[in-house]
Ligand binder design. Structure first.
Ligand SMILES: CC(=O)CC(=O)SCCNC(=O)CCNC(=O)[C@H](O)C(C)(C)COP(=O)(O)OP(=O)(O)OC[C@H]1O[C@@H](n2cnc3c(N)ncnc32)[C@H](O)[C@@H]1OP(=O)(O)O
Ligand SMILES: NC(=O)C1=CN([C@@H]2O[C@H](COP(=O)(O)OP(=O)(O)OC[C@H]3O[C@@H](n4cnc5c(N)ncnc54)[C@H](O)[C@@H]3O)[C@@H](O)[C@H]2O)C=CC1
Length: 280
């Protein structure tokens, strides 16, 4: 693996680009508009500056990492990469279109990976002429901190592609777990229904947001409470995961909490919009 294109410079794309550049690989970071790319880049700069301030990183290393990140709004600037990590919004139709375009634009030898939270890798692969080179590479938020990457095999993913990505995950300093495609993979199938249940507890007036979060921090030793976590993930992403689980399993136990929908409709998506279950 020599060069990587990260598509989408939001919460995850920016964090993933940082991880890849920090591991020494050149990165092309692409989003649809320059202001989104610049926002992602400034997030990376802020994270690296914090590491320098804490004495955990040399200032020269920060500059070297930033020097490895090239920004663009034109996917074709990454045409010669070895790996694409797609991190655009969690919408199947959009991702299918993106994979169709990637397949046309990026050299045929490249692996096309998706950071999708819950969607079908096989559906994305079917939009390309190289389904054996399409795979899930699911990072966790915040990507620079969280150790896990779920490596998700779709119906057509080859063992060679899986092995290459597993080695890449190790080079990024992370731990891979192997997943045979299923809605929500491993973590989100358990974690997001828990967040959904916390939203129901709030909606039913059983407890306040603060008390729900305190309960799970002190009663279950979670690092942050489920509602604060939802704000960190993005309430739109949580809702999209629940909708995928509900539709794919056709099982009422995954029904999305109406409060999630109400917050998303209001534009209260969490930290990224300054308001969600909490105000920032
Ligand atoms: C939706 C999906 O598809 C999948 C998902 O991602 S689900 C979400 C998975 N993530 C989680 O469950 C996260 C749960 N929360 C946590 O683990 C912790 O609260 C946390 C790591 C996020 C923050 O830890 P904390 O102890 O509360 O705060 P803090 O002391 O400020 O941060 C700890 C470290 O993380 C770093 N950090 C925190 N937020 C960060 C961010 N957004 N980006 C980069 N680094 C960050 C801090 O700089 C700090 O680094 P050092 O140890 O090097 O100093
Ligand atoms: N937020 C989280 O905690 C996690 C999210 N994910 C997944 O990662 C993906 C991205 O999520 P976030 O970063 O949270 O979303 P986000 O909303 O923060 O960022 C998405 C970015 O994609 C851009 N985008 C949209 N269409 C595009 C296109 N055609 N080409 C290039 N860029 C495009 C948007 O402009 C935006 O900047 C989703 O699939 C999500 O489910 C995975 C792990 C954790």
């Amino acid at each position: 693996m020599e060069k990587v294109l990260v598509l989408g410079a939001g919460t995850m794309g920016s964090g993933i680009a940082q991880v890849v550049a920090q591991a020494g690989f050149p990165v092309v970071l692409c989003d649809v508009e320059d202001r989104f790319v610049q926002k992602g880049l400034s997030l990376i700069e802020k994270n690296l500056a914090r590491q320098v301030e804490k004495g955990k990183m040399a200032a020269a290393d920060k500059e070297a990492i930033l020097g490895r990140i090239k920004t663009t709004t034109n996917m074709a600037d990454g045409a010669d990469v070895d790996l694409v990590i797609e991190a655009v919004i969690e919408n199947l139709e959009l991702k299918i279109n993106v994979f169709r375009e990637l397949d046309r634009t990026i050299r045929k030898e490249a692996i096309l990976a998706s950071n999708t939270s819950a969607l079908s890798i096989s559906a994305l692969a079917a939009a390309t002429s190289r389904p054996e080179k399409v795979i899930g590479m699911h990072f966790f938020n915040p990507a620079p901190v969280m150790q896990l990457v779920e490596v998700v095999k779709g119906s057509a993913t080859s063992e060679e592609t899986f092995a290459t990505i597993k080695v890449m995950v190790e080079k990024l300093g992370k731990t891979a777990v192997a997943v045979n495609e299923a809605p929500g993979f491993i973590v989100n199938r358990m974690l997001v229904p828990m967040i959904n249940e916390a939203a129901y507890i709030l909606m039913e007036g059983v407890a306040s947001a603060e008390d729900i979060d305190t309960a799970m921090k002190l009663g279950a030793n979670h690092p942050i409470g489920p509602l604060a976590l939802a704000d960190m993930i993005g309430i739109d992403v949580c809702l999209a995961v629940m909708e995928t689980l509900y539709a794919e399993f056709s099982d009422a136990k995954y029904r999305p909490c109406p409060l999630l929908r109400k917050l998303v409709r209001a534009g209260y998506l969490g930290r990224k919009t300054g308001k969600g279950f909490y105000t920032y």
